[in-house]
Write a protein that binds this ligand. Structure first.
Ligand code: GMT
Length: 381
């Protein structure tokens, strides 16, 4: 098949998933064209059957903001026309799905549109009145729609009051590639334990809860906190670390491509989000045998089993999360047991191969829909 994949290039789960799906499909021999404002972080190096197309919205004095959605739709139509794309897979509804529908019109429906909903495109920004009607149209008019968790599918049906099938195709992870450098010695000297948080530091991630959990834990157990990523709430978290005298125990790494090295030397992963449709970062931690302490919210319970792969607590319950972390840090056997079961779950239930199969089957279905059966009624004799 010849497949277009449209996604954001910022550090974030939807771009990661889109790129990994694209690479996996290319490895199966499909021709994959990735469209994005810049090269997505996971699209490193040269990959056979993968082609990248940069989307640029040219400025013009009349524009207050150059219309990215139109430039994206235009690029989709051009790439589809010149490379004979059969399917455009839009990751994140705004604006990728709407742009794909425009491109499909421009191509007189010679290309199918598959939309994958990721999370805040439904739960936060997508339900904002300034976007809602177009997100609803994108959901109704795509040839197929997928959601990354059952929670997100149900939220989509409820919020947008649409009546159409939405396939749940969860996110996936690959086994860690080793050997990885051992950074524990310099990250956490004197055998201190390592807590880690990875996100885009937006309000939905509640990074101040991460700081407060760590603050409580470090009073009772020697540990360090590694904060990976960047975003609007990083300055507040850094200020908190300074004001509370925690700076020598908290390391803000900024955005990192090599999260595997950090995860390989971490003891607990923290994800106290206000909402999370899936929690890809938690799944990546699990793949590295790192148990997760997270909020019991959204799709997280579909990924992390409470008491089996980690612990889930109500949103904002910093005390309970700190207790869970201490339980894990104090009991090495428990931590190893939860870490092992987390890894087993990540690499079986969320293994790349069977999940990419589901996308491949879906493309096949939109390209070759079952023929409607014609009922000629009973023949009168
Ligand atoms: O919503 C975001 O934080 C951004 C979005 C993305 O584009 O990275 O993340 C969402 O999609 C990820 C990949 O499917 C999921 O793992 C995240 O849970 C989801 N984020 C939220 O629901 C907050």
């Amino acid at each position: 098949m010849r497949i277009g994949i449209s996604c954001y290039s910022t550090f974030g789960g939807s771009g990661v998933v889109a790129t990994e799906v694209g690479k996996a499909l290319a490895a199966r021999g499909h021709e994959v064209h990735i469209l994005s404002p810049s090269v997505p972080p996971r699209l490193l190096g040269f990959e056979d059957h993968v082609f990248f197309h940069e989307v640029n919205a040219s400025p013009y004095p009349l524009f207050e903001n150059a219309p990215f959605s139109i430039a994206l739709a235009s690029k989709m139509a051009d790439v589809a026309e010149h490379h004979g794309l059969e399917v455009m897979h839009a990751h994140y509804a705004i604006p990728h799905a709407s742009a794909a529908l425009l491109a499909r019109m421009a191509l007189d429906h010679r290309m199918k549109v598959v939309t994958t909903l990721h999370g805040t495109d439904i739960t936060v920004v997508g339900s904002d009145p300034s976007y809602l009607s177009m997100v609803r149209l994108a959901i109704r008019a795509s040839d197929a729609v997928t959601a990354v968790s059952e929670y997100l599918r149900d939220e989509t049906l409820r919020t947008f009051q649409v009546d159409r099938p939405i396939a749940v195709i969860p996110n996936f992870v690959s086994p860690p590639e080793g050997p990885l450098p051992d950074c524990r010695a310099w990250l956490a000297p004197c055998n201190a334990s390592v807590l880690v948080h990875i996100s885009n530091f937006r309000p939905v991630k509640r990074v101040m809860d991460v700081m407060k959990v760590f603050e409580q834990v470090q009073v009772e157990h020697p540990c360090r906190l590694v904060m990976v990523g960047d975003g609007p709430d990083r300055p507040e978290a850094e200020a908190y670390a300074r004001e509370r005298g925690l700076s020598d125990r908290v390391r803000f790494t900024g955005k990192q491509l090599d999260i595997a090295t950090v995860l390989a030397c971490s003891d607990v992963f923290l994800l106290p989000s206000a909402t999370e449709s899936f929690g890809l970062a938690a799944l990546e931690a699990m793949a590295h045998q790192v148990p997760v302490v997270a909020s019991r919210v959204g799709g997280l319970p579909e990924v992390v089993r409470h008491g089996v792969d980690g612990f889930l607590e109500p949103v904002g319950d910093v005390r309970a999360m700190a207790e869970d972390v201490l339980t894990l840090l104090r009991d090495r056997t428990l931590r190893q047991r939860l870490g092992a079961s987390a890894q087993e779950r990540a690499l079986t239930t969320f293994a790349e191969g069977p999940i990419v199969d589901q996308y491949e089957t879906l493309y096949d279905q939109v390209l070759n829909p079952p023929k409607p059966t014609v009922d000629f009624g009973a023949h009168p004799r």
